[in-house]
Design a protein around this ligand. Structure first.
Ligand code: FAD
Length: 448
């Protein structure tokens, strides 16, 4: 008999926590999992999944317009936000149910309460119950970070965007990252007037310069208004409803909704980690080693709360590697090299490996191959929107160092191509592959 109530106590039923709990239980561990909000975490409940569904919904605006050029008699169409919102939320409910079923079929003891750490082997749940465990896993994710400015409470974050009572006529989005650009695309396609307000002079830091420049150009052409070098000053309520957004160096911007997409902070407030001996870093993230172990040997952490790479597939891999290592007799580490990522903007973009700037910093001289083209479908649709594919190659051994693209279905295409980049294939290997015609992806094997 173990001296503890559980072999593993997981805090947070998101991407990393659910995977770790399920796999550890499958390895025979007695597992408890506490969740303060909804099972599935950010990705399923208020992140990747509902966002992607909204993006599909928004894309119909262009598809319906383009359909006319393909011979379809499309009458003037109305859009009903409540229908899209409610259908998306119903799908989220369905997925949450599936997650709960998986946990229960693996005999994971689910506690639908907030949990806090009370010691290296002790957790307290909101109802006051204390539980002991040989191992504690912190998988509490991250939350939207809202700037500390007067009137910030009048704004929303991505959390609330999925529940809006109605579609705003005018929306101001603060931030320049992927969440800001994705929601700008959604609202703009659905008919809102969108202004992105950004403290710096650029969007999507970390992505290749040519690709983000192309998104900016297309977004402006689609009608999104960008205000750069415009620090947020305050938000005021507006007579008759809505808000007025004051930003540095610009005229005040009236809006129905202001949304903050200004980064995500690790969920460690009041979690009790420091009292248990885990000192948080300056961002409030949980420090861990390559095995996801904190300085307290019985406490581990995975996912966004560690502020390494804040992406669902990474949290899942970390949770899986943790469970295999600690409970499956199969020590494994996550390989962080060449993680592909995407922005589901309109059009979407995706990248893997080094950007041109990073490659030049690390390798000096690099070869750049590009294809700047109009997708066949866009040509017939009369849509003057160009795709851009860019490959960065090490001239010393012909290895592909990075691949970046913007255009229709870019994330779908890049996922497959990322296998080649991760495997260290050469430009010649791409050239040796016969094109699959007619596709957009064939540009990858025809790059000159
Ligand atoms: P989470 O999934 O956030 O789960 C943490 C869970 O812990 C939550 O359910 C929370 O309620 C719970 N919790 C917190 N504190 C406590 C406590 N004390 N007690 C009990 N429970 C607690 N990633 C992608 O890869 N692709 C995308 O397209 C993408 N789009 C996104 C879009 C948006 C709008 C957002 C916000 C995020 C998006 N992400 C995307 C990021 C992705 O959602 C996260 O990287 C991922 O969910 C992290 O998983 P996690 O397990 O670390 O944390």
């Amino acid at each position: 008999m173990s001296e503890f109530d559980f072999d593993l106590f997981v805090i947070g039923a998101g991407s990393g926590g659910v995977r770790a709990a399920r796999v550890a239980a499958a390895h025979g561990a007695k597992v408890a999992l506490a969740e303060e909000y909804r099972v599935g975490g950010t990705c399923v409940i208020r992140g990747c999944v509902p966002k992607k569904l909204l993006i599909y919904g928004a894309h119909f605006a262009e598809d319906l317009r383009d359909a006319r050029r393909f011979g379809w008699h499309v009458p003037d169409c109305d859009f009903d936000w409540a229908t899209l919102r409610d259908n998306v939320l119903a799908e989220v409910d369905r997925l949450e149910g599936l997650y709960c079923n998986t946990l229960s079929s693996h005999s994971v003891h689910l506690i639908r309460e907030r949990a806090e750490v009370r010691g290296p082997h002790e957790v307290e749940t909101a109802g006051g119950a204390r539980h002991t465990a040989a191992t504690i896993l912190i998988a509490t994710g991250a939350r939207p970070a809202v700037p500390d400015c007067p009137g910030a409470e009048l704004g929303i974050t991505s959390n609330e965007a999925f529940h809006l009572a109605e579609l705003p006529r005018r929306v101001v989005i603060a931030g320049g990252g992927y969440i800001a650009n994705e929601f700008a695309g959604i609202f703009n396609e659905l008919g809102s007037r969108v202004t992105i307000v950004n403290r710096s002079g650029e969007i999507l830091r970390g992505y290749d310069d040519s690709i983000r420049d192309r998104l900016l150009k297309i977004s402006v052409e689609k009608g999104i208004d960008f205000r750069f070098h415009a620090p947020f000053e305050r938000v005021e309520p507006r007579e008759g409803g809505g808000v007025i957004v004051h930003v540095g160096g610009q005229d005040p911007i009236p809006a129905d909704v202001v949304m903050f997409a200004t980064g995500r902070a690790p969920n460690t407030q009041g979690l009790g980690l420091e009292q248990a001996g885990v000192t948080l870093d300056a961002m409030g993230a949980v420090p861990v080693d390559e095995d996801n172990r904190t300085p307290v040997p019985s406490i581990f952490a995975v996912g966004d709360v560690t502020n390494r790479v804040q992406l669902t597939p990474v949290a899942i891999r970390e949770g899986h590697a943790f469970a295999d290592s600690q409970f499956g007799g199969n020590p494994r580490r996550v390989d962080y090299h060449c993680i592909p990522s995407a922005v589901f903007s309109h059009p979407p973009l995706a990248g893997v490996g080094l950007t041109e700037r990073q490659a030049r910093e690390r390798h000096g001289d690099v070869k750049i191959y590009q294809s700047d083209f109009r997708a066949m479908k866009n040509v017939l649709a009369g849509r003057d929107e160009r795709a851009l594919y860019k490959m960065i190659v090490d001239p010393t051994d012909d290895r592909v160092l990075g691949l970046h693209m913007i255009g229709p279905d870019a994330p779908e295409i890049l996922q497959a191509a990322a296998v080649a980049v991760k495997a260290g294939l050469t430009k010649q290997a791409f050239d040796d592959t016969v094109a699959l015609h007619p596709t957009m992806a064939e540009e990858l094997v025809l790059l000159r």
